[in-house]
Write a protein that binds this ligand. Structure first.
Ligand code: NAI
Length: 255
């Protein structure tokens, strides 16, 4: 029986690139997304199992995973990838926009962990992979609440990795730096700027780079995987030069 992966947010961006990568490697691929036209295109291209899933809805989670397991026979990896961003200064992002990020990026990931655990427990060598962000390592101005959601995903992953050992389930957390996907065009109601405007001279990595790292996270022994050298540098600066990093960030946002 082929190994199987279920990917949330697999109709676009990083999730789609991961779907293509695992499918090419012979895995059975399932995709849950709210973008039904996007999923129809992927289903044609990859003969992937697709199901409408809003990660905020626990009943939909249960149905999506049992449908996928009926199709694939088992669940080896859940890739909790679906996520959204709202860019802008804290007061320009509305409370509703902040709630939405928390509901999708944090509660959606927690819902996925609850729904998948019984299925992962039943599969030897299974894994939960959560997509956080380098914004889950460094608090990111312009993305304050988004950054908070990604810190939450990183902390959750660290705790669950220890807890789920007794179930034989490993947990990994993938933290991309900027990756070229539609999320870079995210703004917010109170700001006409987008993440793309904030990139400046920073590098932007490809979805293939991210998919390669997710592939490694599905096979390697580490708990945290960063996508992009700039992300590893940011993580290093946060850890070993926090005051210098703080000064740089304050200077960039002083005006
Ligand atoms: P994307 O916008 O291309 O893809 C996100 C997918 O999630 C879309 O297909 C969308 O329909 C789906 N989605 C949104 N809300 C959903 C919901 N409630 N239920 C189910 N599916 C939903 O964005 P991208 O960049 O591929 O993002 C994937 C993950 O990578 C996200 O968690 C994001 O925060 C993270 N990330 C992205 C970075 C980047 O620069 N692109 C950097 C760091 C992390």
């Amino acid at each position: 029986m082929a190994r199987s992966i279920f990917i949330t947010g697999g109709a676009s961006g990083i999730g789609l690139a991961a779907a293509r990568r695992f499918w090419r490697e012979g895995w059975t691929v399932g995709i849950g997304d709210i973008d039904e036209p996007g999923m129809a295109r992927v289903a044609d291209e990859l003969s992937a199992y697709t199901v409408r899933l809003d990660v905020r809805d626990r009943a939909q989670w249960a149905a999506a995973l049992s449908g996928f397991i009926a199709h694939a026979g088992k669940l080896d990896v859940l890739l909790n990838n679906a996520g959204i961003a709202r860019y802008g200064m804290f007061e320009d992002v509305t409370p509703d926009e902040s709630d939405l990020q928390i509901d999708i990026n944090v509660k959606g990931v927690i819902n996925g962990a609850y729904a998948a655990l019984p299925h992962l427990k039943a599969t030897r060598g299974s894994r939960l992979i959560n997509v956080a962000s380098v914004a889950g390592i460094v608090g990111s101005p312009g993305l304050a609440v988004y950054s908070a959601t990604k810190h939450a995903v990183r902390g959750l992953s660290e705790a669950l990795d220890a807890e789920f050992t007794r179930h034989g389930v490993d947990v990994a957390c993938v933290m991309p730096f900027f990756v070229e996907t539609p999320i870079l065009d995210a703004g917010s109601k109170g700001s006409n700027r987008t993440i793309r405007d904030a990139i400046g001279k920073s590098p932007v990595y490809t979805v293939q780079d991210a998919a390669d790292v997710i592939w490694r996270a599905a096979h390697g022994r580490d708990r945290e995987y960063i996508v992009g050298k700039a992300g590893r540098q940011a993580s290093f600066a946060r850890r070993f030069m926090p005051n210098r990093l703080r000064k740089r960030m304050k200077a960039a946002f002083a005006g």
